[in-house]
Design a protein around this ligand. Sequence first.
Ligand code: ATP
Ligand code: MG
Length: 332
Amino acid sequence: RPRVLSGIQPTADSFHLGNYLGALRQWVALQDTHDAFYFIADLHAITVEQDPEALRRRTRVAAAQLFAIGLDPERSTLFVQSQVPEHAELQWVLSCITGFGEAGRMTQFKDKSAKQGTSGTSVGLFTYPVLQAADILLYQPDQVPVGEDQRQHLELTRTLAQRFNHRFGETFVTPEAYILKAAAKITDLQEPTAKMSKSSSSPQGIVDLLDEPGPLRKKIMRAVTDTGTEVKADEENKPGVTNLLRIHSALSGTSIEDLERHFEGQGYGALKKELAQILLDTFEPIRERTGKLLADEAQLDRMLAVGADRAREVARETMETVRGRVGFLGRA
Ligand code: ATP
Ligand code: MG
């Protein structure tokens, strides 16, 4: 079975619908076909300022949500990045074979640092893609599930793997991109031409996996729709309705065309009502399981420790090879 590796940052109080449909649901499916390693990227999270207690809480919430949506600790390895110190160790080595200009060309850094200004931008944010390369290469995965926004970083990872291999001898697998199937881009409910995102969406524009039923229903009923009355997918003229149809289709498994037929002669209200129900049916069991997992922190932390131990076994082996190749003196 090919190995995959993917990570997600614990930087919100809940994952949202975009995360779920664009990434996390795929993570669950990949367990059937792949040897899967998943991690909660707390090292990446601190590239911007975090409140320590909030970070710890969000790390547990993220873990609980991932188990709750169906990540199975028997079949895949879920761990917290900072509990495997080899990530930071390999990052240092890789940063020493990364060009300053090469790192400076990363568009995500350019975007984020432009927003924050030089004084608000940490060196960690600059070296973020090198840490990401280390995250990946430690586990020698064959494939890395990536969205469009991460393509450039994976390209850097591949470059660094090849450069290291060339300079020090064959050490790393050069991973391929695994393009997520039907990775629907979910847009903001209030601003349907913009991506649903934890950092830019308003509370009314974003659906969280942990939203209570009442507010969730309200958000869907109040979603911005478009002029006209016909339930029809039309990215250009009906971005709001198109987004709702896409979410419905992704969750119900019904094709957009079938949905258009199903809602023929009915207005936007009917679509919203049905969609709200589907979302509740999907998210309520997840919310309940998340609550149960969070109620026993000691048990949750133990589940994560098991994941960290398993991850560390692989990471340690890679790091041992790296140390020898680079010329570090082995400990007697
Ligand atoms: P930020 O605003 O901080 O970038 P985000 O809401 O975009 O946060 P990320 O943590 O960047 O969330 O993304 C985690 C994963 O979820 C990524 O794989 C990303 O591609 C996916 N994802 C995020 N938002 C959406 C969306 N609106 N539609 C589909 N996939 C999404
Ligand atoms: Mg993002």
